[in-house]
Design a protein around this ligand. Sequence first.
Ligand code: B4P
Length: 199
Amino acid sequence: YKLKENKMTNIVLFGPPGAGKGTQATILKDHYKLKHISTGDVFRYNIKNETELGKMAKSYMDKGQLVPDQVTIDMLKAEVRSELDGNGFIFDGFPRTVAQAEALEEFLNEEGTQVSAMIALEVEDDLLVQRLLERGKTSGRPDDANEAVIRKRIKVYYEETAILKQFYLKENKYFGINGVGSISEITERLKDVIDQLVE
Ligand code: B4P
C-alpha cells in the first residue's frame, strides 16, 4: 500500500479517550504495513522503566492531564526518525494540541512528507466512560481507574484537542466516522476511507 501521489501514507487516528484509537491502530498497522506510534504507549513504556521522562509524564497522566507539548513533540520526532524508510505512520494519540499539530506538519514537511488524513472516531461521552471503566478493571492503568479522572480526560479533549478538527478540515484532510459498533465493523469503516487514499 502506497499513497497515490505521495511517498508515504500518514494517518492520524483521532477521537476522545476510549474512542478506539489504540484498538484500531493495532489492526490497521498490520493491514497497511504502517508503523504505529502511540504517544500514550511510549509514555507508559517510560513509566514502566522508571526513566526521567516516565516520572515526569506520570505526574500528568495520573491526573488526566496532557503531558507538556515540548517533551511530547521531541519524543514523537525521535519515534518518527527511527522509521522514515517505511510506508508511513499511524499516529494514535498525537497530535492532541494545536502546537503539536503545527510541529507535526513542519517536521513532516522537512522530511518531504505530510499527513494524508485525519480520521475521527465519533463516540458519545457516556459510552467512552463505560469503555474506559471496563478496561480499568484489568489494564492496571491509573488513568482508567476512576470516573473522575476519566471525565477529566474527556474534558481536556474538548478544551484542547477537539479544535484540531478545524485544523485538518481547512486542509481537506478530515474524515469523521461512527465509532460505535463492533471492533471489526469500525475497522471496515476506517478501511473504506483509507482505501481511497492508497493504491
Ligand atoms: P492514550 O494512551 O492515548 O489513551 P486513550 O486516549 O485512552 O486512548 P486509547 O487508544 O488507549 O483507548 P482506545 O480508545 O483504543 O493517552 C493516555 C494519556 O497519555 C493521556 O491522557 C495523556 O495524559 C497522555 N498523552 C498521550 N498522548 C499525548 C499527547 N500527544 N500530548 C500530551 N499528552 C499525551 O480503547 C479504549 C477501550 O475501549 C479499550 O478497553 C477497548 O478495548 C475498548 N474498545 C475499543 N473499541 C471498542 C468497540 N468498538 N466497542 C467496545 N469497546 C471498544
